[in-house]
Write a new protein. Structure first.
Length: 275
């Protein structure tokens, strides 16, 4: 037992020292967006939230609590067969934890005019955090996409409680129908959150297609980068793309800073939200 505690203490000490060194390296880059992400990360780690932020986070988590008590059934179509699952079970299994929602809030809040694209609305918990930040901005909008009609309806109702429709748009429908419409639209984005089909092929496809919709420099966030070997492979491929300037591996999420220049050398960082 004592040996185990000593090993744990030594490991945590190593992680903290490594993280301090990483933070110093990020500051030295003097990159605006990279430092914005670091500032969001440090604020989240500190837990020093304003009274307004505490109120916002409380509203988002109150919404989560309502979903966790919702016994309504949602119909999914998987491989041409219909499945039904309760709202509360979707909420338990397929929504971002509070800490990650807060990170999305802080990143969005620190951007001047966030034009945000979310691939995978789900029940709208992440979208709620994002929209709470966007609604305070003079300019900025959330565009979000969901393929399951009942999830879209629940999320849309939630978003209307937060702000007016001019601050968000929800694409509802099959990806093969809605994604081409998005690509043809005039809307470009400076921040994208990819949280759709968690497999290598889909993730690489999203990334390659969405590069044409970026206002540079831009942030791309990819969820569940260690979900599977396929997702690990997709993350490694994407972070080495020529347009990627910096990447941060948070283990659960990966964040990229992208511009329209060629970067033969790039910098990769690892930060730990929990340890």
């Amino acid at each position: 037992m004592l040996l185990s505690k000593i090993k744990k203490h030594l490991f945590l000490t190593y992680v903290r020292l490594r993280q301090k060194n990483t933070i110093k390296k990020i500051y030295k880059t003097n990159d605006r967006l990279l430092r914005l992400i670091l500032e969001s990360f440090q604020k989240l780690k500190s837990g020093n939230f304003s009274s307004e932020e505490i109120k916002i986070f409380g509203k988002c988590e109150s919404y989560r609590s309502q979903l966790l008590e919702n016994d309504d059934l949602i119909s999914f179509e998987v491989f041409n067969s219909k499945k039904k699952i309760k709202v509360k079970d979707v909420c338990k299994k397929a929504t971002s934890p509070p800490s990650w929602g807060r990170l999305l809030y802080f990143i969005t809040d620190l951007m001047k005019n966030p034009n945000f694209l979310e691939i995978g609305t789900n029940l709208g918990i992440s979208g709620s955090y994002i929209l709470e930040a966007i609604k305070k901005k003079e300019k900025g909008k959330l565009i979000t996409m969901e393929g399951v009609p009942m999830l879209s309806e629940i999320s849309h109702n939630r978003f209307e409680e937060i702000t007016s429709r001019k601050k968000f748009k929800l694409y509802n429908g099959l990806y093969i129908d809605t994604f081409p419409k998005l690509l043809k639209s005039k809307q470009n984005f400076n921040i994208i959150f990819i949280d759709g089909n968690h497999n290598k092929k889909s993730t690489l496809h999203y990334y390659e297609k969405l590069k044409s919709k970026l206002d540079f420099p831009a942030i791309i966030i990819i969820d569940d980068i260690n979900w599977s070997n396929g997702m690990k492979s997709a993350w490694n491929s994407i972070r080495n793309d020529s347009m990627v300037k910096f990447s941060i591996d948070f283990y659960k999420m990966g964040i990229l800073i992208i511009d329209n220049k060629y970067h033969e050398t790039k910098q990769h960082f690892n930060l730990f939200l929990t340890y």
